[in-house]
Design a protein around this ligand. Structure first.
Ligand code: ADP
Length: 323
């Protein structure tokens, strides 16, 4: 294999740069030309890419975001758009492709693989951790650390003022961030899309949780069926007139920042593994980490299902908050 292309696509996540660096340096070690494509599938359609050098990826492991840029590209969902992308890959004599992104990116890769004979490897890059076939996606650990740092700060002011805070975190379809950040920050309750929200129970929980406490934190995944943090707060408000309720939406800070050690290490191992797989002639695989091991599953399987958080942790949180 002489030339491998690489792109980052969909929602960016901290650690993507560590993955890019590993792919590029590993390719160079083996005498393969790494070819970076800018802004995901959009750059593939527009013909925006270049051969990456060692210097292009020096000193980037510590930065969030992605030096290649990312985009959501509607044109790639059309056959005409993909035909342009394919002719660009052919004109640049690309022999293998590594995509870093979430399940949308994997879906695009699967369809591209059906229309062009090119080996493709996927690396899981999303803060949401909701990809099937891996226990850790690149960016999840950093996002968790960002959330717990913010919640620790919110806890200080909540405690000073005797407040109940509804903290909204990212997770449109999945409650990984909310659930694990709730455990790590000692939140009293967590509301996630995987579990139906019972407003009456939440009201009772807040009343009992708050006994003898100066603050309560309710972690809310943005995609919770009960609504966002503001809506849920307003639903319980009429039943809790004696409480001072506030909400806080953490938003895009969760997507940025210097990647954690875990994300840098995972992204580096996965990047090197992706190059190894292509060298070995493997194709259409998504890389994951299960336990401490690097694993693969077919990209088609990775997009069929979603990763599921361990729902028994909900009981853990409930038991830990009981006096
Ligand atoms: P993520 O990879 O983070 O899940 P998106 O869902 O936005 O992010 O997907 C990233 C990109 O993958 C899309 O903008 C589009 O270019 C491509 N993609 C997603 N779904 C498809 C599809 N059904 N067909 C072709 N390309 C797709």
């Amino acid at each position: 294999m002489k030339r491998i292309a690489l792109l980052t696509s969909g929602g960016d996540s901290p650690g993507m740069n560590a993955g890019i660096r590993a792919v590029v340096k590993y390719c160079l070690y083996y005498g393969i030309e790494p070819f970076g494509i800018y802004d995901g599938y959009q750059g593939m359609i527009d013909g925006r890419g270049k051969i990456l050098t060692y210097d292009d990826v020096n000193n980037i492991i510590q930065f969030g975001g992605t030096i290649l840029g990312s985009a959501r590209c509607a044109d790639f969902k059309t056959k005409e758009g993909r035909a342009k992308a394919i002719s660009y890959l052919r004109s640049e004599e690309i022999e293998g492709l590594i995509v870093i992104g979430g399940d949308g990116t994997y879906t695009g890769a699967k369809i591209l693989g059906e229309e062009m004979n090119i080996p493709i490897i996927g690396m899981p890059g999303t803060i949401d951790n909701d990809l099937f076939g891996t226990e850790y996606t690149i960016g999840f650990d950093t996002a968790l650390n960002t959330v717990i740092d913010a919640v620790d700060k919110i806890r200080d002011t909540a405690t000073s003022h005797h407040r109940v805070f509804f903290v909204e975190v990212m997770g449109r379809d999945a409650g990984f961030i909310a659930l694990y950040a709730a455990i790590a920050s000692g939140a009293e309750s967590v509301l996630i899309p995987e579990e139906i929200t019972d407003i009456e129970k939440l009201v009772n929980d807040i009343k009992t949780q708050n006994k003898g406490k100066r603050s309560t934190i309710i972690m809310v995944a943005e995609g919770d069926d009960g609504g966002d943090a503001f809506e849920i707060m307003n639903k319980v408000k009429p039943y809790l007139p004696e409480f001072d309720l506030r909400h806080s939406v953490l938003g895009h800070i969760q997507r940025g920042g210097s990647p954690s050690a875990v994300d840098r290490i995972n992204a580096t191992m996965m990047g090197a593994y992706a190059v190894d797989l292509l060298k070995e002639g493997k194709s259409h695989l998504a890389i994951g980490i299960i336990g401490k091991d690097l694993v693969t599953c077919p990209i088609v399987d990775a997009i069929k299902g979603h990763g599921q958080p361990n729902l028994s942790h909900l009981q853990l949180i409930e038991k830990l908050r009981t006096r």
